[in-house]
Design a protein around this ligand. Structure first.
Ligand SMILES: N[C@@H](CCC(=O)N[C@@H](CS)C(=O)NCC(=O)O)C(=O)O
Length: 207
């Protein structure tokens, strides 16, 4: 049994989608309703996952989105990450690309909106951040182009964990006055993930 701390539409949405794909029960808790979240995660960031061992009642707290997802994929049988070989390495690389490269690039948009007051500076900063994000989507486009049109996902056959993570981040651009260019194959991958019942269920659960 899992408990997931989330913020609506944040990166924690990807963790919830993965849990649904793995057919795992999860209780989700909105951090805005938690009084002392820093006691749970001193970084004060979601996702935080609590895993409860039913046999002995002990629980373990996991933080850092990529580590949480890799832990879940290790623990439960799945098709979101190839089990071995070069394909697995690519799948892990893509998860880390999503978490450590694309997520921080989008994170700049939130930072600019919150911390830069001068409108001209803000505009310049938004443009520079959007340019970087568009460059990263080109990298995604090139990775997708290595596969056939039918297998238009980042780690070969079928939707991978990295596809889910990138799809969650792709939704953030609409909240800012920026033009982000997403290639055709990347958009096709995003649309396929958005159409997954697990994605719709996770969004509905967040309300
Ligand atoms: N390195 C962390 C970063 C997570 C992160 O930035 N989460 C954002 C939401 S997408 C958050 O909770 N931000 C709130 C804050 O930093 O105060 C991870 O990958 O889990």
């Amino acid at each position: 049994m899992y408990t997931l701390y989330y913020s609506p539409s944040a990166c924690s949405l990807a963790t919830q989608v993965v849990l649904h794909e793995l057919d795992q029960q999860v209780e989700i808790i909105n951090v805005s309703k938690v009084e002392n979240f820093s006691a749970i995660n001193p970084v004060e960031a979601v996702p935080v996952l609590i895993e409860q061992d039913q046999s002995n009642g002990q629980s373990h707290t996991y933080t850092e989105g990529a580590a949480i997802i890799l832990h879940l994929l290790d623990r439960h049988q799945n098709s979101l990450l190839p089990v071995a070989g070069a394909a697995r390495n690519i799948g892990i690389e893509q998860i880390l690309f999503a978490n450590a490269t694309m997520h921080p690039a989008y994170g700049r948009l939130f930072f600019i909106a919150q911390h830069i007051e001068d409108e001209a500076v803000k505009d310049l900063a938004f443009k520079a951040a959007a340019k970087m994000i568009s460059t990263l989507w080109q990298v995604v486009e090139q990775q997708l182009a290595k596969n056939s049109e039918e297998e238009n996902f980042l780690a070969g056959e079928g939707v991978s964990a990295a596809d889910i993570m990138l799809t969650v981040y792709s939704r953030w651009g609409a909240s800012f006055p920026v033009d982000i260019s997403i290639g055709e194959r990347s958009q096709k991958m995003i649309d396929a993930v958005l159409a997954m019942p697990s994605f719709k269920r996770a969004l509905a659960a967040e309300g």
